[in-house]
Design a protein around this ligand. Structure first.
Ligand SMILES: [Zn+2]
Length: 452
């Protein structure tokens, strides 16, 4: 490779195409490892067999294989093959020229208007490109889960509202990006980074107040054995019980969930009512048929809360935010390094001197920065997986390991998550360790093994 490759559009095009191919082939390699694992394990692992009938496991296995092979074909055809053709023939440069030609009135020739047209065309093209796969996935891969669907009219209305909202957000975002770069040049990046910090602080402050109205509404934890045990646990570790919120969720498809969020007086442990047995109701006649019998018994709920308290005790919220901010800072630095480099735009089919701001964002985040974002994603996932193990260890130290193991098993049975996965695939794709990994780690702790 020539030492001058950085200034040669042809070399840069070959590098960008190589990045696209290698990144997707790596994803496919991991997926093929996963498929091999699914083919190998034909019977329910013994530890979860009381919760997961063989017949159901077999259906989940078929679903997983069907979906995985679909992803393989979809990636090979639509992502790699068509993606390479688009890059090789300068699709992005051509699309920008089309947007420029559609700007017929003089006021439309401003970069902001052409940028909005470009993004509209690109979104439409991407939606059409993804449509065959989306339709196949929706109608040809039968789900193993029973879901509640609202009437067709409501679904269409929801889709239309989502598209309108998305368009409004997109236009505002494009205007903000293009104007800020026109006004401040590369200093706009510094401004964006500082803005992201301010935005994070605002989110930390307001999200606790948005959980209740957006996801559902808070219901009081009535006097019961669950409340008594919850009080005992939270008092033992010094967590205020009034910060444990039970939320009656609006969407009946919402999975059983609990999470820790926030800091100082705004910290919360949020428990969806779907986590409680029969949504915490004594009278099950108001429940949908598939909701009856789902959820955890009181001792299992307490074990899950002890896991969430582990996240609080170990400061995972702060650590995750700091790591994410470092990741954003590195991303912006790499972006700044490549953003103004003309030959990258020429490699994408643009005339020398034509470097539209919005295209820079699409090309850098879509292609050029991929090696970094893939590796960074792996580091972030490794970190969250480590947090999960650490929170489980905390529950173990409090003596809830047995209840936590039972809770994990019941949650997996309720949510029908496929329990078998390839360790390598899991490391690169999952935020949480698998149920089998977590059970194994808890058993190792019980045997006296220690982990950092
Ligand atoms: Zn957790």
């Amino acid at each position: 490779m020539s030492a001058n490759f950085w200034n040669d559009p042809d070399h840069l095009l070959h590098i960008i195409i190589t990045i696209l191919i290698v990144d997707n082939l790596w994803s496919l390699y991991l997926l093929l490892r996963e498929i091999r694992m699914v083919y190998r394990v034909v019977e329910v692992p013994e530890v979860i067999s009381p919760y997961l009938p063989q017949e159901l496991f077999e259906r989940m296995r078929k679903y997983k294989l069907h979906k995985s092979w679909f992803t393989v074909v979809n990636t090979l055809v639509f992502v790699i093959t068509i993606g390479v053709i688009e890059l090789y023939f300068g699709f992005y440069g051509w699309l920008w020229n089309l947007a420029t030609k559609c700007a017929v009135a003089p006021w439309m020739e401003h970069e902001t208007v052409v940028s909005i047209l470009f993004i509209l065309f690109l979104s439409t093209y991407m939606t059409i490109k993804a449509l065959p796969g989306h339709l196949y996935e929706t109608y040809c891969i039968p789900s193993v889960q029973t879901k509640y669907y609202p009437p067709l009219g409501k679904r269409i209305l929801k889709e239309v509202i989502e598209i309108i909202l998305w368009l409004m957000v997109m236009i505002v975002l494009v205007l903000a990006i293009v104007y800020s770069f026109i006004a401040f040049g590369n200093y706009a990046l510094l401004g964006m980074y500082l803005l992201s910090i301010v935005f994070t602080i605002i989110l930390i402050l307001i999200v606790p107040f948005l959980i209740d109205p957006c996801i559902g509404h808070r219901v009081p934890l009535e006097e019961s054995a669950l409340r008594t045990e919850m009080e005992r646990l939270t008092e033992a570790v010094g967590f205020p019980i009034e910060q444990v919120h039970i939320i009656q969720v609006n969407d009946p498809n919402t999975g059983s969930n609990a999470f820790f969020y926030g800091c100082c007086c705004l910290k919360r442990i949020v428990i969806f009512d779907t986590l409680l047995l029969n949504r915490g109701q004594r009278n099950t006649s108001d429940l949908l048929p598939h909701e009856v019998g789902k959820g955890l018994r009181d001792n299992q709920v307490i074990a899950v809360v002890s896991h969430e308290l582990g996240h609080w005790m170990h400061g995972h919220f702060y650590r995750a935010i700091i790591l994410f901010k470092i990741h954003i800072l590195l991303t912006f630095l790499l972006f700044a390094l490549c953003f103004s480099h003309g030959p990258i735009y020429q490699a994408m089919g643009f005339e020398p001197g034509v470097q539209p701001i919005i295209v820079g964002f699409v090309v850098m985040f879509g292609f050029v920065l991929t090696p970094y974002t893939t590796l960074a994603n792996f580091v972030l996932l490794t970190n969250t997986r480590h947090f999960e193990y650490q929170a489980d260890s905390f529950a173990y130290e409090l003596g809830y390991d047995r209840d936590l193991r039972e809770a994990l098993l019941k949650l997996y049975a309720d949510n029908l998550t496929y329990p078998i996965t390839d360790p390598c695939y899991s490391c690169w794709n999952h935020t949480h360790p698998t149920i089998l990994d977590r059970l194994e780690r808890l058993e190792s702790l019980e045997r006296g093994e220690r982990f950092s």
